[in-house]
Write a protein that binds this ligand. Structure first.
Ligand code: RET
Length: 227
């Protein structure tokens, strides 16, 4: 592992740990009915902390089909992205029960997206690109559900202002992942593994700590209600 990649992993686990402390402090100021937002945000960063630590210790990668695959990114994403979607969904319905079917579909498409992305990373060209396309289809299903039915529920039953803000932030960040994947070592290899690691780091910290901070702030302002 190059020293740049190593450093990005070290910064990764430290940033996630700091995010955890930040969310713990912020959660104490949340009204009881909104604590669920704090639980979600903390779970996300502690899962990421463990995966970044594993990568920093050299336990998060394997050598397969002639290249290094950082599988710990996927074990992170497959757990944290469903929780991120659940955080967003908590602004779409007064209770999660009312949007349970939608949320289940959303999480199913999301897990499918991450798992097929991993299969692609384990594949040699041109099969990696086939899996990228399959994963992208699932990604469009995720975006379609967020901006279609879930957004409608947010305007009928939930809190449309924080929902729209978080959905916009989520979309802007999430679309960068398949691009990095495509130009990085899992795809065309147009950027170095160092640059790839730094890009994923910036995305992961923003999509987890940044997103969580915005969500908790919205929850504190009582813009989301749980009954
Ligand atoms: C992959 C594989 C190629 C195609 C697509 C992908 C999408 C990944 C996404 C990841 C999001 C991760 C987040 C992590 C932490 O907070 C798997 C790269 C579509 C959207 C938000």
């Amino acid at each position: 592992m190059s020293s740049g990649v190593q450093l990005s992993f070290t910064i990764g686990w430290i940033a996630m740990l700091l995010g955890g402390v930040l969310f713990w402090l912020a959660s104490r100021r949340l009204p009881q009915v909104e604590k669920r937002h704090g639980v979600a945000a903390m779970t996300i960063v502690f899962v990421a902390f463990a995966n970044y630590l594993a990568m920093a210790l050299g336990q998060g990668d394997l050598f397969f089909n002639g290249r290094t695959v950082y599988f710990a990114r996927y074990t992170d994403w497959v757990i944290t992205t469903p929780i991120l979607l659940t955080s967003l969904a908590m602004f779409a319905g007064n209770t999660l029960g009312r949007i349970a079917t939608l949320l289940a579909a959303l999480i199913a498409a999301d897990v499918y997206m991450i798992v097929t992305g991993l299969v692609g990373n384990l594949s040699v060209a041109p099969y990696n690109y086939y899996w990228w396309v399959i994963s992208m289809v699932a990604f469009f299903v995720v975006l379609g559900l967020i901006w279609g039915p879930l957004r409608r529920r947010a305007s009928e039953d939930g809190q449309i202002a924080p929902y729209s803000k978080l959905a916009g932030m989520l979309t802007a960040l999430w679309v960068c992942y398949p691009i990095v994947w495509l130009v990085g070592s899992s795809g065309a290899g147009m950027i170095s593994v160092d640059i790839e690691s730094w890009l994923y780091l910036v995305l992961d910290v923003t999509a987890k700590v940044g997103f969580g901070a915005v969500a908790l702030n919205a929850a504190r302002q009582g813009q989301s209600r749980a009954h």
